[in-house]
Design a protein around this ligand. Structure first.
Ligand code: 5CA
Ligand code: ZN
Length: 409
């Protein structure tokens, strides 16, 4: 699958600091020390509806991770999937009486447009679940042959008890896991499972649903967690630096993925840091495709909202906090954008040196984007109130805001 074009990332004078970021698995901050090529996997969309502000906020967080790494003069190897076959997608296609392939293609195309407009850096490998099937089948066979998977009425389940480290990513107790499993795509109530939490690895072909050749598994389609494991291991290998997604992916998705990978490779963890963004809500509820309480990036763009303002609206919230999209978020971001643009549209101004340092420190400190915005606000206020004689400083600020925050002034 093709991704979207990369916007240019200006090189800044000097060098940024190593990223310290919150890791869900250890429950604390870790300083990542990637090699010359940092490796990151971010869970992609299930393309049955348009990109909403919650998705955009999550992808914004992982875009910042990359910008921090690029500023430390590393390269970034970024992989993202598209869950282009799964129950919610098939259900929506049926509800709307459209072909599921067309729906997935349309929504993925719209996602690319949104990501391009928001200046999110593209993954090097953008891989659909369907195209990953030839790599998924052998992994499921290996899990089965290792005794970590079992069959139930033709479906193949992973046995969570085969992994001694099961539970270490999310740190949840069994009762909490069971609740979340039911809410987030699992089937804890299904009779015959060894453990209610066991997730499906391969679903046998169902009447009227798409299916693929699964070798010794028979025809069917892949489970959700093994999809991301197969893609991540294929393109990044074990022990990559960050696996990212929204906090709703910590359990079961990232927990199960780590478990699959542990049994397959004997290693834990699959990612050095499990990084989770908070949930964006609207009217007191998590914004979600199934609830329908959505603010779409594409709708705002169509209404003429500057994508840079949308991006600033996202950046105004710390990636780890849960926050609400209110009527005030966008006007605030637009006003800030206007102040910043006025401040950089002069040939000279206050020195940009401290500001670049503040931006770097803020982002390296668990992606503290609100602190980064506050630093630019201070510089812009100084420029407005007193000006400065540093020739070229506004240009440096403009490039720094672009390189580190993805906002084109
Ligand atoms: N395809 C899977 C991941 S492999 C999936 O979760 N797709 S999704 O379309 O439902 O979500 C895409 C990303 O957006 C995930 O990282 C998810 O955690 C995140 N996300 C979904 N809703 C919100 C929300 N309200 N706030 C913040 N992030 C969200
Ligand atoms: Zn995933």
């Amino acid at each position: 699958m093709h991704a979207w074009p990369a916007s240019e990332v200006p090189a800044l004078p000097g060098q940024g600091r190593d990223l310290r970021i919150h890791d869900t698995a250890t429950g604390g901050l870790v300083t990542l020390d990637p090699g010359p090529v940092a490796r990151i996997y971010v869970c992609g969309i299930t393309p049955y509806d348009a990109t909403h502000m919650g998705h955009a906020a999550t992808y914004n967080a992982f875009d910042l991770v990359q910008r921090v790494w690029l500023d430390t003069k590393r390269q970034v190897h970024y992989v993202q999937n598209v869950t282009d076959v799964d129950d919610p997608l098939l259900e929506r296609a049926q509800r709307d009486d459209v072909d599921w392939v067309d729906l997935a293609e349309q929504e993925t195309a719209l996602f690319r447009e949104d990501m391009t407009a928001l200046r999110m850096l593209p993954p090097k490998h953008y891989i659909g679940a369907v195209e990953a099937i030839p790599g998924i089948v052998p992994l499921v066979e290996r899990l089965r042959d290792a005794g970590a998977a079992y069959e139930l009425e033709g479906d193949v389940y992973f046995s969570v008890e085969s992994d001694p480290n099961f539970g270490k990513v999310s740190g949840l107790d069994a009762a909490a896991m069971r609740l979340l499993s039911a809410e987030r795509g699992g089937d804890p109530e299904r009779p015959g499972k060894k453990n209610p939490l066991d997730p499906m690895l391969w679903m046998a072909a169902r009447e009227g649903e798409p299916s693929w050749d699964g070798g010794s598994l028979g025809r069917g389609r892949p489970g959700w967690h093994i999809e991301c494991v197969a893609i991540a291991l294929d393109h990044l290998g074990m022990g990559f630096d960050v696996q990212g997604g929204g906090s709703d992916l910590a359990f079961p998705h990232h927990e199960m993925g780590a478990s699959h990978a542990q049994v397959l490779t004997g290693e834990f963890p699959m990612a050095k840091a499990y990084v989770h963004a908070g949930m964006v809500g609207l009217d007191g509820e998590k914004m979600s495709k199934s609830k329908g309480n959505l603010v779409f990036v594409s709708a705002l763009r169509r209404a003429g909202v500057d994508p840079a303002a949308i991006r600033l609206a996202l950046l105004a919230h710390h990636y780890r906090s849960d926050w609400e999209w209110t009527d005030q978020v966008l006007p605030d971001a637009e006003a800030r954008l206007a102040r910043w643009r006025a401040a950089v549209s002069r040939p000279d101004g206050p020195s940009a040196e401290t500001l670049v340092q503040e931006l770097r420190e803020a982002l390296a400190n668990d992606l503290d984007a609100p602190a980064a915005l506050a630093a630019v606000d201070r510089w812009a206020a100084l420029q407005r109130d007193r000006g400065g004689s540093d020739e070229g400083a506004p240009g440096v600020v403009s490039r720094a805001v672009d390189a580190l925050l993805g906002v084109a002034l």
